[in-house]
Write a protein that binds this ligand. Sequence first.
Ligand code: SF4
Ligand code: FE
Length: 491
Amino acid sequence: MAIKSAKEYIESLRELKTRVYMFGEKIENWVDHPMIRPSINCVAMTYALAQDPQYAELMTVKSSLTGRTVNRFTHLHQSTEDLINKVKMQRLLGQKTASCFQRCVGMDAFNAVYSSTYEIDEKHGTHYHENFKKFLTYVQDNDLTVDGAMTDPKGDRSKSPSQQVDPDMYVHVVERREDGIVVCGAKCHQTGSINSHWHIFMPTIAMGEADRDWAVSFACPTDAEGMYMIYGRQSCDTRKLEESADIDVGNAKFGGQEALVVLDHVFIPNEYIFLNGEYEFAGMIVERFAGYHRQSYGGCKVGVGDVVIGAAALAAEYNGVEKASAVKDKLIEMTHLNETLYCCGIACSSQGFRTKAGNYQIDLLLANVCKQNVTRFPYEIVRLAEDIAGGLMVTMPSQKDFSSDTVVGRNGETIGEICNKFFAAREGVSTEDRQRIMRFLENMCLGAAAVGYRTESMHGAGSPQAQRIMIARQGNIQGKKQLAKEIAGIQ
Ligand code: SF4
Ligand code: FE
């Protein structure tokens, strides 16, 4: 099967028996649930753009495994050009959805697990790489969305997986059988879990010999027996449940999605296992996956940033201040910050290198610098957007007030008329358009979408300290000291 359409993707989700819980209850029709559907629409966009002739060149690519045309989200990067195109594709998706479109975690898992399994087999004589190639061929041929699951709950951070009071704090093997393994545990704040067809589970930290049972990586279908998800809530999320929810939601079409994913004695057949006890490779998978995902943020967050900057510029225009030099300068600053992030995404891609397995890995130092900047710049961009927009983005009455027929005025004016009178924008701009842009900015800066643009910028793909550790490791201070010594004439 070639590339799926957006509609086929959405319909394919209905065939799964995925177990989803929200507000303490099981959600039967989660595909059409108003709080979940926007995140499904986002992933659907990765399918829609692949079928759009305007974007097909960026969105599709020839598979290195089969030679067939596949969605780039399922591709193994074959060159630095592929790595650059990945970032460009993510920027495009960010521009089209203003949200986290979730499918990248799987793409980053494919590339990390592909190169790591090759090296595990090389040392241990295992067959993980063949297992993985077979699995990925199936994914590409069926154009599946696969989630890459890494972050365990971790319990007491001062203790390793094997030292935890509760062994489930990290995903682990509880039984080894002839035909496979049984696993228990969970992954936290897992992006794009519910709307993926399959999951790839990976370790979340480097491990020692005692952690052998926790050093495990495998693929499993999202509706596997024993697996379920508890949906993560977002700021202002229940606005999506309101009658005729639209303007007040800020972005009614798209959104991100995170969940707690639980594995309660899930059986994994041998053919889907990619790591099983070779603890010394846990760190390699983590480092490679994190490297790719830190590169990713130099694309996706930039695309979302483009929309935030555009919205701030519109807010200024509607308020009649777009010509003020202070406003212009703030927009320049926002653009400068946003493009700096893009520079980092492109730079770590262009300096990528070929792994032993043949796919391309990004430059680790530059990818970590990229993500470190992402932990800061979107916050400044949002601060400037709020500055330009003004307080109205958080003080405006509801959509219902603007359309209310209830009489409040001395001369019979309705609530709707009063709201439209006092919140009128400059001449030629409708009050509704002003409402829309203010609510959009509210959503991006501190509503549901702020999960994807702010806190995810901080903690997604690893918290700031994780990048600082990598920067310290890759920064080559010794080499820099030597440079100084030579110039300064120190023996
Ligand atoms: Fe993709 Fe960005 Fe979401 Fe990660 S945060 S899944 S890179 S859109
Ligand atoms: Fe993320």
